[in-house]
Design a protein around this ligand. Structure first.
Ligand SMILES: Nc1nc2c(ncn2[C@@H]2O[C@H](COP(=O)(O)OP(=O)(O)OP(=O)(O)O)[C@@H](O)[C@H]2O)c(=O)[nH]1
Ligand SMILES: [Mg+2]
Length: 243
C-alpha cells in the first residue's frame, strides 16, 4: 500500500535555532505532510529537539540520527531509502535553515500529484532571479554553476543546484541510489541529470529563496570543486552509457 501523504526529508547539522519552526510550519500545511529529519549528531542538540517534537507527533515526525557529519548527499540517500521502504509516493527535500519557505511545498508537490511532472524543482531562477540577502559573489557562483551545467550536459533546468524538490517515487526507484557519489551541491545536479536522462519530466516551480538568518552555513570551496568536476563526469559517463 502506497502512502498518499507526502514526506519531506530535512537534513540537519546544527539547526537548533531553525528546526522547530520549520517542522511546525510544515505540519500546519493542509496537505498533512510527514517530516523525516536526518541529523548528523549536531553538537547543538538539533536531534534532541526533533526527538522531543516527535513524541508530540509520533505519526508525522520521523528521525534518523547518524554518528557524525557525513555530508548532505548521503543524508538524502538515507532519507530516500527510508521513504521508499515505507511506501511514500511523494518524496520531497528541503533545507532546515528557513531559506525554503514551507508554504511553497504545496505548489512544489502539485505538478507531481497532477502527473504533469515526475520531479518538481523549487527554482530561484525561472522567470527572473528571486534570492534575498545573498552577496553578489554567491549569486554569480550559483548562477554560473547553472550556465556551466547546462552547457556541458545539455539539461534545460535554470536552477540546477536547488535543494527544494519533490520526486515521485518512480524517479528514485529508477535511479541506482547506491551509485550516487556526490555529496555537496553536485548531488542535486547528479539527481536532476540522471532523472532527465531516464526520460522523466522535470518542471521548475518559481520560489523565493531567503538566505539563512540563524545558524551557520556549511558551504565550502571543496563543494564547488566537486560540482565542477562532477558535471564533466556525468556527461562523459552518459556518452559511454554507464549512467
Ligand atoms: N545531515 C546533514 N545535514 C547537513 C549537512 N551539511 C548541511 N546540512 C543541512 O543541509 C541543509 C543545507 O545546508 P546549508 O548550510 O544551509 O547550506 P547552503 O544552503 O548551501 O548554505 P547557506 O544557506 O548559505 O548557509 C541545512 O538544513 C543543513 O543543516 C551534513 O553534513 N549532514
Ligand atoms: Mg542554506
Amino acid at each position: 500500500m502506497q502512502k498518499q501523504h507526502p514526506i519531506v526529508i530535512i537534513p540537519t547539522f546544527n539547526e537548533a535555532e531553525n528546526i522547530g519552526s520549520v517542522i511546525g510550519q510544515v505540519l500546519s500545511l493542509p496537505l498533512s505532510f510527514r517530516v523525516l529529519v536526518v541529523d548528523d549528531s549536531s553538537p547543538d542538540g538539533t536531534g534532541d529537539l526533533v526527538e522531543a517534537l516527535k513524541t508530540e507527533h509520533p505519526e508525522r515526525i520521523h528521525l534518523l540520527r547518524r554518528a557524525g557529519k557525513l555530508g548532505l548527499g548521503t543524508a538524502y540517500i538515507l532519507g530516500f531509502q527510508y521513504a521508499l521502504e515505507h511506501g511514500y509516493e511523494l518524496i520531497c527535500e528541503m533545507d532546515a535553515d528557513m531559506s525554503h519557505n514551507p508554504a511553497d511545498l504545496e505548489r512544489i508537490v502539485a505538478p507531481v500529484i497532477s502527473g504533469e511532472a515526475d520531479l518538481a524543482i523549487g527554482s530561484r531562477y525561472v522567470n527572473g532571479v528571486r534570492i534575498i540577502n545573498w552577496p553578489l559573489s554567491r549569486l554569480m557562483l550559483s548562477y554560473s554553476a547553472g550556465m556551466y551545467t547546462r552547457a556541458i550536459t545539455g539539461i534545460r533546468i535554470q536552477d540546477v543546484t536547488a535543494g527544494f524538490k519533490c520526486f515521485h517515487r518512480r524517479v528514485l526507484e529508477a535511479i541506482d541510489l547506491n551509485a550516487v557519489r556526490s555529496n555537496g551541491y553536485s548531488f542535486q545536479i547528479e539527481l536532476n541529470f540522471k532523472a532527465w536522462k531516464k526520460g522523466f519530466t522535470l518542471v521548475e516551480v518559481p520560489i523565493i529563496f531567503t538566505e539563512r538568518t540563524e545558524g551557520r552555513s556549511k558551504m565550502s570551496k571543496a563543494i564547488v570543486r566537486e560540482a565542477a568536476w562532477k558535471v564533466w563526469e556525468l556527461r562523459i559517463r552518459s556518452i559511454f552509457g554507464r549512467l
